[in-house]
Design a protein around this ligand. Structure first.
Ligand code: FES
Length: 153
């Protein structure tokens, strides 16, 4: 009995290893195909395939418009960008790196972006400093809004 169970267990392990191996090979093939562009398909349409390149060409969807509160905003730490909606339907984006000493700004409310380190504040519509030690505006970041998708350009 226990020998049978052990045998089954071994089979199970082999199955899992084989599956992982196949997945790894598939991933390698996919990665290979993606980096080589349209080598096999004979197309010159690599520009029209944003999916294969991910975020390389910009245009990656950052958020849905509904994610950005009116009069407020959202900080996207990974992209180091803060997106605001100072007026209904009007979206702005700025670097989330505070121009005082480089902390990440954190809060956006009442039309103001706030840095938690030394309480610098910036206008959520323009990025201009409105208080605290920062004297330079947050640099604007380019975004595009298509339908309800906000993309980082
Ligand atoms: S780093 Fe932002 S206020 Fe100092």
């Amino acid at each position: 009995m226990s020998a049978t169970q052990e045998h089954r267990s071994l089979l199970g392990r082999r199955t899992v290893v084989a599956a992982v191996g196949a997945a790894g090979a598939a991933a390698a093939l996919t990665a290979c195909g993606g980096s080589d562009g349209s080598n096999g398909s004979g197309g010159s349409d690599s520009v029209q395939q944003p999916g294969s390149g991910g975020e390389q060409q910009g245009g990656a969807v950052l958020a849905a418009t509904a994610d950005i509160p009116e009069g407020g905003g959202v900080v996207f730490a990974a992209q180091k960008v803060v997106v605001t909606q100072p007026k209904p339907g009007e979206f702005k984006a700025f670097s989330s790196t505070c121009t005082h000493q480089g902390c990440a700004v954190k809060d956006v409310s009442a039309g103001m972006i706030t840095c938690p380190c030394h309480n610098s504040t910036f206008d959520a519509a323009t990025g201009s400093p409105t208080g605290g030690p920062a004297t330079q505006p947050l640099p604007a970041r380019e975004i595009t809004v298509e339908g309800d998708a906000i993309r980082l350009a």
